[in-house]
Every structure is written in structure tokens, then in C-alpha cells.
Design a protein around this ligand. Structure first.
Ligand code: AHM
Ligand code: MG
Length: 341
């Protein structure tokens, strides 16, 4: 739909309208969540604009690593982190932030404190930044238990306690996918309006998919259930056609495709990384939450991903997520391997 051409369509479902509608389900709500979300959206728009100008900025920067205003060039991931930290603190609705870019959690000053905790990866897919391939921001939102005196334990909660999660993908379009606990909706940024418009209402992942997504370069070090699963994707024994392999190496882009087309995304454990690569709080949890909300599943190799209780803020976990039936298959392989021991 060409929203820009349809300039009179001011009844479009923008993301703010959508969240306000959701909030009417909670009569006690005072709009704090909408305000928080608006600040996250602002961060996404800012990063989207920086990502789309990055190639150009680099050209200008070549002369001496300074941009056209004579300022030093900041790396996009560092810039994105600053953007989100500032946006979240200035919302006045957060008390504790955990970012992939910061070793320590950030405790918001008492004067700006609110009741939400935000965990986020400001710019995920670092290996894809310099070549212009899709990258994204991932976030999850918890409610704090003790607002007056938050501690690190407030963020070490199972993914099951998330009240919202989402990601924004900076690709051929800028797409924000969000769940506040009642399904998943996708919004696309209309650059001429500067608004995210509801373009993918109530996303449901197909029950079974035709695609698997994994870094097969690590196959040498996989465990037996993962190896068997990928083997079955390529050489199915039940008469079904082989699955296609798609792997971008940007979790946001790989998960986005999985959500829309179905299939499975896996970042398993291997001998070199027994906990896999992806981080529990701001990669595994938000994506697992979205998958379940869209009718899929997320599994760690041992348990439902959202039941994990992280012991540290940057903890990692293996993850298998996507279409319900595909995740059932890997669960069965792990169960069989466990029973055989
Ligand atoms: P990053 O946080 O350093 O960007 O790493 C996370 C990314 C994910 O987006 C992606 O799924 C994964 O790393 C790809 O890893 P690999 O290059 O090992 O396949
Ligand atoms: Mg990351």
C-alpha cells in the first residue's frame, strides 16, 4: 500500500495507536507503557536513519575519520547503544537497563526512575554492519519488582515474565515487530510520514516450514541431536522434500524470515561453545517470546527457552526456534539422546 500517496489516510493504524488500543484492555494503565514504547520507537527511527547513511558517512570519513561536520566518526554499534540508553533514560519510565554493549547493567538515577526494565541489543548482526546487509535492534521489557530499590536480581528473570518484546530490522525497509503478550504485529516505517504503520497484523508462523537456518560451518563440533536434525533437513526419510538452507548471520533477519515463511532457526551448542553464542536476556528471550506469541516454539536443547532463569546478565544459551512442528522434531531428537544415555 502506498501510504504516502494516500495522504488523507490519517486513520492509518500507527504503532502508537495500536499500543493505545492495547492499553484500553487494562483500565488501571496510566499510559506509561505507551510512553516507554514511543521512546524505543524514536531510538529505532534514529538508528534506521544512521544505518541508511552509514555507507555515505564512511565515504566522508575516509579523509581523516571525521564526518562532514568535523566530528569524529562513531562506530554504528556504539552510536546505537548511546541512542537507546539516552532514549530509555529520558522516557522517565525505566529503572534498569541491560545492553549487549555495556558490561554492567545501568541503574537509572532515582529522579528519572520508572517501573520498567529494558534488555536490548542495540545493533545486532555486527559482522553484517560494514557490508550493508540487514541488521537490527532486539528488545525485551520486564516490570521491576522493587522500583525504589532495584537490584540485579530484578533483571535475572525467566523470559516467561517478559511483558513485551520486539525487534526492529534495518533492511530494504525498516520493520518493527512487536508483541505485548497478545499476538505479534509488524509495522513498517513510512519514511515520508516518519511513522510505523501496521502492515503485518497478527503474524502467525506456519505450523511447519521448508527452511532451516544455521551456521553449518560449525557442524564439525555439533552434538548428535543437532547433527541428526540437520541431516534430516537435507535427507528426509519420511518422503517430504529436503528443506532449503537460508542463513544471513543476522539474528533479526533470520528470525524475521522464519516468522513470516516458517521453518527453524538454530544456534546450537557445540564443542567449542557449550552454551552456544546467543545471549539469553536480549537475544534468546525476546525472539523466543515472539515465536511463542506467533504460535511457534523455542527450545534450548534441554527445556523451553522462556523457562530459563539466567544467572548472569550476559549469559548465553543454545536455541532452536521457529515453526511448531519443526521444533517438535529437534525436541524429540534430544529426548531420544537423553533416553539413550
Ligand atoms: P553479535 O551480537 O556480535 O552481532 O552476534 C550475534 C549474531 C546474530 O545476529 C547471529 O544470529 C549470529 O551472531 C551469527 O553468528 P555466526 O557468525 O557465528 O554464525
Ligand atoms: Mg547481538
Amino acid at each position: 500500500m502506498d501510504h504516502a500517496a494516500d495522504a488523507h489516510r490519517t486513520d492509518l493504524m500507527t504503532i502508537t495507536r495500536h499500543v493505545l488500543n492495547e492499553q484500553t484492555k487494562y483500565p488501571e494503565s496510566r499510559g506509561d507503557f505507551t510512553i516507554l514504547l514511543n521512546h524505543i520507537v524514536l531510538g529505532c527511527k534514529f538508528v534506521c536513519s544512521s544505518v541508511s547513511k552509514a555507507g555515505l558517512a564512511k565515504l566522508f570519513g575516509l579523509a581523516g575519520e571525521t564526518n562532514i561536520q568535523g566530528e569524529e566518526q562513531k562506530k554504528l554499534d556504539v552510536l546505537s547503544n548511546e541512542v537507546f540508553v539516552k532514549a530509555l533514560i529520558s522516557s522517565g519510565r525505566t529503572c534498569l537497563l541491560v545492553s549487549e554493549e555495556d558490561e554492567e547493567a545501568i541503574f537509572v538515577d532515582q529522579s528519572k526512575r520508572g517501573k520498567y526494565i529494558v534488555v536490548f541489543d542495540p545493533l545486532d548482526g555486527s559482522s553484517n554492519i560494514d557490508c550493508g546487509v540487514s541488521i537490527g535492534t532486539i528488545f525485551g521489557i520486564y516490570m521491576v519488582k522493587h522500583k525504589d530499590n532495584p537490584t540485579i536480581d530484578d533483571v535475572l528473570q525467566p523470559g516467561n515474565n517478559l511483558i513485551a518484546a520486539g525487534y526492529c530490522m534495518y533492511g530494504s525497509s525498516c520493520t518493527l515487530v512487536l508483541s505485548t503478550g497478545s499476538g505479534v504485529n509488524g509495522f513498517t516505517l513510512d519514511p515520508s510520514l516518519g511513522e510505523f504503520i501496521l502492515t503485518h497484523p497478527d503474524i502467525k508462523i506456519p505450523k511447519k516450514g521448508k527452511i532451516y537456518s544455521v551456521n553449518e560451518g560449525n557442524a564439525k563440533n555439533w552434538d548428535e541431536p543437532t547433527r541428526k536434525f540437520v541431516e534430516k533437513c537435507k535427507f528426509p526419510t519420511d518422503g517430504s522434500p529436503p528443506k532449503s538452507l537460508r542463513y544471513i548471520g543476522s539474528m533479526v533477519a533470520d528470525v524475521h524470515r522464519t516468522l513470516l515463511y516458517g521453518g527453524i532457526f538454530l544456534y546450537p551448542a557445540d564443542k567449542k561453545s557449550p552454551n552456544g553464542k546467543l545471549r539469553v536476556l536480549y537475544e534468546v528471550f525476546p525472539m523466543s517470546y515472539l515465536m511463542e506469541q506467533a504460535g511457534g516454539q523455542a527450545f534450548t536443547g534441554k527445556q523451553r527457552a522462556l523457562d530459563l532463569v539466567p544467572g548472569k546478565i550476559h549469559e548465553r544459551s543454545p536455541v532452536f526456534l521457529g515453526s511448531y512442528d519443526d521444533v517438535e522434531e529437534i525436541k524429540a531428537l534430544y529426548a531420544a539422546a537423553g533416553a539413550a544415555k
